[in-house]
Design a binder for this molecule. Structure first.
Ligand SMILES: [Mg+2]
Length: 373
């Protein structure tokens, strides 16, 4: 069987050349190290290089086509001179008001990539705008957000934020990049039976279904917002109550994530998230230190959400922390209890995602001790 191709969809303005209406040769200013980085990526990887650019209003009096193409051809000529070739180039000339399906973040120009020939889950969009990162999501690819890091909310497709082409090259030429960190476990007791597989480099697919409605809704938040793929089967003694099921799912999830992280080389280790949800504000930080601890500064405003006792939420995170061997700090303001719980699970998921993220080009354990255990 032929290997599927992975693609780098690369924006032009703000990524290859500085962001402006490039309608003359004088306005061409290359981003530092772009040629060196793309040449390195070309040499060391098998990514196809595809340029995808919105060029607003080319062919209008304020942006004549001849001016655009003259500058564009010069950009490509300079890149070719540095041994950087694009396998394909897609340019949308419409204005935002045209609502053209080919305009990013639409995928209208890129239909051919939705085929068995391409592995979009191992492909990346490199762009400087959030619309580029939405394009990554729409393609089922990952995003490299090329901008100065800010406090803006980060779209879930983003795996790297940087304004350095050298960092992009280090990230993409790391041979681990396509290696998904996966693990599976089976756990069988008289109270529950669970089989659980995770891919922590996934895209948030799959579900853990226990039959406890509210709890399943919270587990869904973890899968989607941490972008962990899961495959699971579960049976619990719900005829007794929900306690064993919640506890054993948490223990299993903590253990399987710890297993998938292995020796934790090259991971960020720390993650945090602040988020609001309607009337509440949640704060979660996590450290995969190798030691368990939980600070749970939460005052739920009800004892139960539906029929689900809120005391089990603390127990869930305590059990997770014990098996994942991580420190967890969690707090949420007072407010609607459903919102309190959901905000905690979402913030936990997002902090988890940040903590397990790989540092571009690093194979180091982030610890002065040299180990995280
Ligand atoms: Mg751009």
């Amino acid at each position: 069987m032929k290997a599927m191709k992975s693609v780098l969809f690369i924006d032009r303005d703000g990524v290859i050349v500085e962001e402006t209406q490039v309608d003359s040769l004088e306005k061409i200013h290359f981003i530092p190290h772009v040629m060196e980085a793309l040449r390195e990526i070309r040499r060391k990887t098998d990514f196809l290089l595809v340029m995808v650019s919105n060029q607003d209003g080319v062919n209008t009096p304020s942006f004549p086509y001849d001016d655009f193409i003259r500058a564009h051809e010069r950009i490509l000529e300079v890149l070719r001179g540095e041994d950087v070739f694009f396998d394909d180039i897609f340019i949308d000339y419409s204005l935002p008001s045209d609502n053209c399906p080919g305009r990013k973040p639409g995928t209208g120009m890129l239909g051919e990539f939705f085929s068995d020939e391409y592995d979009l889950s191992s492909s990346f969009v490199i762009g400087d705008r959030s619309t580029d990162m939405i394009l990554a999501h729409n393609l089922g690819a990952k995003g490299i957000w090329f901008h100065e890091k800010s406090m803006d909310s980060v779209p879930s497709s983003v795996v790297l934020e940087t304004d350095s082409w050298l960092e992009v090259a280090a990230f993409l030429t790391n041979s681990d990049i396509k290696t998904h960190r996966k693990a599976s476990i089976e756990r069988e007791t008289k109270e529950t039976s669970i089989s659980l597989s995770v891919d922590i480099d996934g895209s948030g697919q799959g579900a853990i279904t226990t039959g406890i409605g509210f709890f399943d809704h919270m587990l869904e938040q973890i899968v989607r917002h941490a972008r962990v793929d899961v495959t699971s089967s579960f049976r619990g003694d719900l005829e007794v109550d929900e306690h064993h099921s919640v506890e054993d799912v948490a223990l299993s999830l903590g253990k399987v994530i710890s297993k998938a992280l292995g020796d934790k080389k090259g991971i960020c280790r720390y993650g945090y998230d602040l988020l609001c949800m309607d009337d509440v504000h949640a704060e979660v930080s996590i450290d995969f230190s190798g030691r368990p601890d939980l600070i749970f500064d939460v005052d739920f405003t009800r004892d139960c959400i539906g029929t689900f006792p809120v005391e089990m939420i603390r127990h869930f995170f305590k059990s997770f922390s014990d098996e994942a061997r991580c420190n967890l700090y969690m707090s949420v303001s007072r407010g609607n209890a459903h919102h309190q719980a959901e905000a905690l699970f979402k913030a936990f998921a997002r902090a988890l995602r940040m903590a397990v993220r790989r540092i571009p080009g690093s194979n180091e354990v982030v610890s002065s001790k040299g180990v995280l255990e």
